[in-house]
Design a protein around this ligand. Structure first.
Ligand code: UDP
Ligand code: MG
Length: 337
């Protein structure tokens, strides 16, 4: 279980702080104008209520989109500097785009909230997130209270995923995706995790610090299609399991031991049968066992190979993302000079 420690005043609290919203976007031209409008409204109401400073910003991260996403972001920024844009040099996937956004804006703000571009995450939960932050929490997890909008298939696979992950010993927050508030010091903590295969949902709970949850109902996608087709979802799940747990290796080893014991039993059985004079008719069972053991060995080698592949990638220490452009207030200022 994740330790949701009581908020302590280890951080200066109850002052108005600067919030940066970070939104990864991949081919989101259909939803962006409406998302930008709704987020602006939300930010303005928070500013009026004195919950966040005027320096707060909405940051869109363009994850190598092939449509007009980046053009739109540039247009928003030109119209209103509350919008900022970060463009990655190519598509690096949701997790890396989000991380790029968080790490780029970290030094400008006191807290960030990450959310999806399609507004499936209810933006009214932001108020409660800030309230929990003000109460002294460094991380506030947005947790789905209902999965009504998901298809039965997505519901089952998602629930199965959390169960498998829990069984594998990874401490995920149940039904929490990447809608979360993080304080500056939690982001500093995140930065010290150097792994190349970053699985944020699994790593964030490892940072520690006081944390809490906010429940919200997940909505329908505003427009466009999911950027997570089944193939991407499966590789995401596999990524999660192998990044956080070495349990598959243990399981394979145990299975190997079991099969070895069974084969010793078979050996004794066949020797006894032989001396009792039974004729050899076991060609079929022989072939079957050769295939079974061969298959199992290949599976085991495959799993081990996966981990070795990971070690190989980690040793390269490749960058997780490359920021091509950052449209911020500072750029504006330097342009004016
Ligand atoms: N996304 C991204 N890069 C990708 C795929 C997705 O930045 O390669 C973004 C996408 O624009 C969205 C978020 O990640 O803001 C979640 O994607 P989506 O809504 O398609 O996933 P779903 O809600 O269907 O799981
Ligand atoms: Mg979505």
């Amino acid at each position: 279980m994740i330790q949701l420690r009581n908020a302590e005043s280890r951080r200066e609290v109850h002052k108005t702080d600067t919030l940066y919203l970070v939104i990864p976007c991949y081919n989101e031209e259909e939803v962006l104008p409406e998302t930008a409008r709704q987020l602006l409204e939300k930010m303005q109401s928070l500013m009026t209520a004195g919950k966040i400073t005027e320096k707060s910003r909405i940051v869109f991260v363009n994850d190598g989109s092939k449509d007009r996403t980046w053009e739109l972001i540039q247009k928003f920024h030109a119209e209103n500097p509350i919008y900022q844009g970060i463009s990655l040099s190519r598509n690096r996937g949701h997790q890396n785009a989000l991380l790029a956004g968080l790490m780029t804006v970290k030094k400008h703000c006191d807290m960030t909230i990450s959310l999806d571009a399609d507004l499936q995450d209810d933006i009214d939960a932001i108020d409660q997130m800030i309230a929990k932050y003000e109460a002294g929490n460094d991380i506030v997890y947005g947790v789905r209270s209902a999965r009504k909008t998901d298809t039965l298939f997505k519901k089952c696979t998602a629930e199965g995923f959390y169960k498998v992950m829990k069984h594998m010993g990874a401490d995920l927050v149940f039904n929490h995706a990447d809608y979360r508030l993080m304080s500056r010091r939690a982001l500093d903590g995140l930065e010290s995790f150097k792994e190349v295969n970053m699985f944020l949902r699994g790593v964030v709970p490892l940072i520690g610090y006081p944390s809490d949850k906010v429940y919200y109902a997940r909505k329908e996608r505003l427009a466009g299609t999911s950027k997570y087709p089944l193939k991407k979802m499966l590789s995401f799940a596999w990524e999660g399991i192998t990044s956080l747990s070495t349990k598959p290796i243990t399981l394979i080893t145990r299975l190997g031991m079991l099969i070895f014991l069974v084969s010793i039993g078979m050996l004794i059985y066949s020797v006894v049968r032989h001396f009792m004079g039974a004729t050899t008719t076991g060609w079929t069972s022989l072939i079957v066992s050769i295939w079974a053991i061969g298959g199992l060995q290949l599976l085991a080698i495959g799993v081990i190979g996966q981990y070795i592949g990971k070690v190989y990638l980690e040793t390269k220490e490749r960058p997780k993302y490359i920021v091509e452009t950052y449209l911020s207030d500072e750029n504006e200022n330097s342009k004016e000079e």
